[in-house]
Write a protein that binds this ligand. Structure first.
Ligand code: SF4
Length: 107
């Protein structure tokens, strides 16, 4: 996917970044901590964060913030969560929903 395209997924219409930011905004310089922190906060309140993360993970998106994480962070998170691999996009999204919803319930 290029920087200016968006995924043709049903969840994309609910993306928090759709109305508030241009898509290229989510491809910041990783070293710009102030900007990445701001963008990740948008992702962390996005209703389709799990779907976005799963899409990027399964499609091997190496650039940009997807689901609140950069490429290396997604790989690390999937590894730390011991997600079985290979995994489908839908299964990973369901797994993340379960994990994040559980995390939210605990607070
Ligand atoms: S998780 Fe972030 S990048 Fe993905 S759709 Fe939501 S706001 Fe956009």
């Amino acid at each position: 996917m290029s920087v200016v395209e968006s995924p043709a997924q049903s969840w994309w219409k609910d993306a928090a970044c759709q109305s508030r930011y241009d898509i290229p905004t989510f491809f910041p310089n990783e070293k710009d901590l102030k900007q990445t922190k701001k963008l990740k906060a948008v992702c962390n309140s996005c209703p389709v964060q799990a779907e976005c993360f799963a899409y990027a993970y399964v499609h091997g998106e190496k650039d940009g913030i997807w689901g609140g994480a950069f490429y290396r962070e997604r790989i690390l998170m999937v590894t730390l969560l011991r997600v079985p691999r290979p995994i489908s996009e839908a299964s990973l999204a369901a797994y993340l929903h379960e994990f994040w919803d559980e995390d939210t319930d605990a607070t």
